[in-house]
Design a protein around this ligand. Structure first.
Ligand SMILES: *[C@@H]1O[C@H](CO)[C@@H](O)[C@H](O)[C@H]1NC(C)=O
Ligand SMILES: *[C@@H]1O[C@H](CO)[C@@H](O)[C@H](O)[C@H]1NC(C)=O
Length: 335
């Protein structure tokens, strides 16, 4: 019997050896495609027949695949059973179409928690303290900025941090924020066990908006969370709220956010993610009360290495056992 094939899409930067070590289990193949069209042609032409698992080294694979939508998934070889995605968020993969075709999908939970929560904490401090004003001003040669000086910031001590989505990243952020003296409340679809909540108070969604001095978004993007924070929700927030988003840009309506900033309902914002990356709303770029990062949440050597190893670990599990170590929750019942 011919060995199964495993297809690497995108470039591994840290764990090439872990990938090479799979060669006893599968024939390791790559794609020559420089675009989504070329990749679909390769698939339809039969070049990838026999591929059982894809190691999707996102985001560098994105240029080759684009979204895993119905068109792409239909073109994938019939032999394909597993897509192992190198990211925590998998909103680029239509899981229901994968399920219908009998393809299981894995992501990278846990290994991203520290670096993403660190990024959220950085943005919380930057937004609360108004550090972005200073960062912008000092390079213009105006020291703290033109007269009148920018408003003073606020201390995290004693402030209420509302975490929307107390999963792995949210729980990690909670621990870090408490070190800075913040009180943590959270909202999640399902209330966590007391052990997992570890003292964070569970509140309803509207109460989270009304009580948070700082709101951190830590939910995945999907059809039910898209634009979850929009005009209505900004109206329910505590005036002068600070918001940070390290999840996905699509969970917050950027037009509505710019309006809420302009009307000073929202005091300041820290963002790592945007609705149409790499495009950024001009109303965010021009506003000194908005601290912007170019989607750097997991950008550390340690975390990127762990993510690649985790993704390749899923490919290995797929080849050895026919199972995934971290199948996405929508498919948990299928394993
Ligand atoms: C938070 O709620 C979501 C559903 O919205 C659920 O999938 C997740 O498991 C919950 N988190 C925890 C840690 O219970
Ligand atoms: C979207 O994500 C939320 C939060 O994890 C989850 O509760 C919900 O089931 C998901 N919705 C869909 C349509 O997948």
């Amino acid at each position: 019997m011919a060995k199964p094939k495993a297809l690497l899409l995108g470039k591994l930067d840290h764990a090439q050896n872990s990938w090479n070590a799979l060669s006893g289990l599968a024939e390791l193949v790559t794609s020559n495609a420089r675009s989504r069209d070329e990749f679909i042609k390769e698939c339809i032409g039969g070049m990838h027949d026999g591929v059982v698992a894809i190691c999707d080294r996102a985001p560098s694979s994105l240029a080759t695949t684009g979204r895993y939508d119905e068109q792409l998934i239909e073109a994938l070889p019939k032999s394909l059973k597993f897509i192992c995605h190198n990211g925590a968020g998998y909103d680029n993969i239509d899981v229901s179409v994968c399920t219908a075709r009998g393809i299981l999908v894995s992501n990278c939970p846990k290994v991203v928690d520290e670096a993403t929560a660190d990024t959220a904490m950085f943005l919380i401090l930057a937004a609360l303290r108004g550090f972005n004003n200073g960062i912008m001003a000092i390079r213009t040669g105006t020291w703290k900025g033109a007269v009148p000086p920018p408003p003073l910031g606020h201390d995290p001590q004693g402030k209420t941090l509302g975490i929307l989505g107390l999963g792995g990243i949210g729980q990690n952020l909670k621990v870090k924020a408490e070190v800075f003296g913040m009180n943590v409340i959270y909202h999640n679809r399902t209330k966590l066990s007391d052990e997992m909540a570890a003292g964070a108070e569970f509140v309803g969604f509207d109460e989270l908006l009304a009580r948070s001095d700082v709101l951190s978004l830590n939910i995945p993007l999907n059809s039910s969370t898209r634009n979850m924070i929009s005009t209505q929700e900004f109206r329910k927030m505590k005036p002068g709220i600070v918001i940070v988003n390290t999840a996905r840009g699509g969970v917050m309506d950027e037009d509505a956010l710019v309006e809420a900033l302009n009307s000073e309902r929202v005091c300041s914002v820290g963002l790592d993610v945007y609705q149409q990356e790499p495009a950024i709303h001009p109303g965010l770029i021009s506003n000194p009360h908005v601290c912007l990062l170019p989607h750097m949440g997991t950008s550390t050597v340690e975390t990127k290495t762990k993510m690649e190893d985790w993704t390749i670990g899923n490919v290995r599990a797929a080849l050895e056992t026919g199972k995934l170590n971290s199948v996405v929750p929508e498919q948990a019942h299928l394993l």
